[in-house]
Write a protein that binds this ligand. Sequence first.
Ligand SMILES: [Zn+2]
Ligand SMILES: [Zn+2]
Length: 293
Amino acid sequence: MWNHGSETGTEGSPGESPGESPGESPGESPGDRPEERARPWAGAFWSSAVRRSLRSTVDLLLPPRCLSCGALVDRQGALCVTCWSGMTFVSDPQCARCGLPFDHDPAPGLGREMHCGACLREPPPYDRARAVLRYDDASRRLVLGFKHADRTEAAATFAAWMARAAPQLVADSAVIAPVPLHWRRLFGRRYNQSALLSQALAAQSGRPGLPDLLVRHRATPSQGRLSATQRRRNVAGVFAVRAGHAEVLRGRRLLLVDDVMTTGATVGACARAALAAGAQAVDVVVLARAVRD
Ligand SMILES: [Zn+2]
Ligand SMILES: [Zn+2]
């Protein structure tokens, strides 16, 4: 299921609605965490008992609320049934390169990697991009709540969703890093939501996370009304690998994390900066991506 924190799997969560594949959230299965692997079973038992009791204490103090609408739900980090059913999760078939979902499989049964027209015309600088959700009214509300309403507790849930949407990208990554915010924006918002996602994904997957790998040299004007070409110009040369981090990146595969991908101009510019600094390849995972109709 897609909900985070489901250890028993019997709580009647929205994650168990028909059509969703079952399974534990990444980072929650016993034995997955390095510290538990290193200990005998008793250690795992106590640490999960402590986690459970901490969670009930937190639940008493802060009753769990839907990450999108704020309705009461049965545990932290979940969506209510209504919000869950309003989300459109991206699934196969999709462009092997940019993750654009196809309405139908263009070559059913062939198992071939299919690319969309845009990627065939002009392959993006990243190897593969994957998204959890389609960016629409429902996911916009979720993303905006995360960005502006201090719903930072959602990061663990979203990271678990990302790991499920892009398991191969996570498995292949040597470094996980976010799309950076300019410090002035960071000051206004207090946290970079992409950095929270990136760090949660790194922690859950046991991969090295480098929240300050990339720097943004200037704050770019809002890209809301710009065309794809304008967006690309808008962010060209804006990002760079922070001095001192190029060595970590050299010859390694980077997994870049962002909250929303619209035309891919921003993640493309970040990928170019990472490749110029010596990264072997760049993949991208986002919470939501716009889908051209
Ligand atoms: Zn809700
Ligand atoms: Zn594509």
